[in-house]
Design a protein around this ligand. Structure first.
Ligand SMILES: C[S@@+](CC[C@H](N)C(=O)[O-])C[C@H]1O[C@@H](n2cnc3c(N)ncnc32)[C@H](O)[C@@H]1O
Length: 326
């Protein structure tokens, strides 16, 4: 859709800028990669639109009480060539977990050549290990092979209304490869206290929980970095977020979220990056497991009639479905 079509869709050339700013299509049109990788909103089911009060954003918003490291603490690698950023010696990779060296002693998170170039390595895909990338504070170039998440989403996405009552979902009109980066989960970055306040203010705490992601990958009460001692910051994507906020749950998912670190000084506000854990055919709904790997009491709760009546049925239809979301 061109901007002109979009403007016509508004139907009224006198619509104020303030009104246009509230329009989700306008917000998506302003994304820096819209021309190449648009996010479209498609509803063939009914007349519902993206909820009023929701705003599409490209990058997270830092809220009160959250501190970003000041300039003197920022650091990056000083590799002489981009290819050095794949190997031990690149300071960005100092905490990278690796069991064995890859070809040419490569330890970074991605495949470097051939049809798998830029795809996350299989051993990482099967793990919950964090990804360490180079970033804008490094001496390598913007084309450095170790800046996949930093370069951003490289696929168009469609938000579509599901047919079976799960609200909006997300899919891509092109096939996606196992290991391919999808996009980040962005939102408001808030303190743990603010997250609890928002949970308490929500009629159903569990409802709020699905939009809150704790940035706790590096939380350690004994850390020398006071910001990592916890309680961790959280990302709230309920009212401000990107397209990944509309990804539904499946007990047999095709995506997983990985913690991604750029500048070590900002480990406490690490990124949350979605990667494909399977080859995904075109037009297949993208899903992730909302409780990925965490123990749940779902099975025992479902046997208790009192608890069962407050549980939310999972509609993922996968053969290994756990039956309930929570
Ligand atoms: C993070 S939102 C995902 C986007 C959501 N579909 C929407 O339209 O805003 C999570 C909500 O989606 C719905 N949902 C996601 N996965 C589901 C599933 N497997 N079964 C039933 N409902 C699901 C539930 O209503 C849940 O509260």
């Amino acid at each position: 859709m061109t901007f002109l079509d979009h403007w016509r869709n508004h139907g009224n050339p006198t619509t104020s800028q303030e009104e246009l700013d509230k329009c989700p299509h306008c917000q998506l049109l302003r994304f820096s990669n819209f021309e190449k990788y648009p996010v479209r909103i498609r509803n063939t089911q009914n007349k519902q639109v993206i909820p009023v009060g929701f705003t599409f954003i490209e990058e997270s918003i830092i809220r009160e009480g959250v501190t970003v490291a000041s300039d003197e603490f920022h650091s990056g690698c000083s590799c002489k060539s981009d290819s050095d950023c794949q190997r031990e010696g690149c300071s960005c990779l100092q905490d990278m977990v690796f069991d064995k060296l890859g070809p040419n002693n490569k330890i970074y998170a991605y495949h470097s050549t051939g049809s798998k170039k830029e795809l996350l390595r299989g051993d990482l895909l099967d793990s919950r290990d964090p990804i360490y990338e180079c970033h804008s504070g490094c001496s390598c170039s913007a084309n450095c092979p170790n800046r996949v998440v930093e370069r951003g989403r490289k696929i168009p996405l469609d938000l579509f209304k599901t047919e079976d009552g799960r609200g909006w979902g997300v899919r891509c009109q092109y096939p996606i490869k196992r290991g391919q980066f999808i996009d980040k989960y962005v939102g408001e970055i808030i303190t743990a206290e603010e997250a609890d306040r928002r949970r308490n203010a929500s009629k159903i705490a569990k409802h709020k929980d699905i939009y809150l992601f704790a940035l706790d990958k590096f939380t350690d009460p004994e850390s020398h970095d006071v910001r990592l001692r916890g309680p961790s910051l959280e990302v709230d994507g309920e009212y401000f977020s990107g397209p990944t906020r509309f990804i539904n749950h499946s007990c047999d998912p095709n995506l997983r979220i990985f913690a991604r670190v750029g500048d070590y000084a900002d480990k406490h506000i690490h990124d949350l990056a979605f990667f494909a854990i399977k080859d995904i055919p075109a037009e297949t709904e993208l899903t992730f497991d909302y409780v990925d790997g965490e123990d749940t009491d779902l099975a025992s709760d479902a046997r208790d009639p009192k608890k069962k009546k407050n549980m939310t049925k999972c509609l993922c239809k996968s053969p290994n479905c756990r039956g309930y979301l929570w």
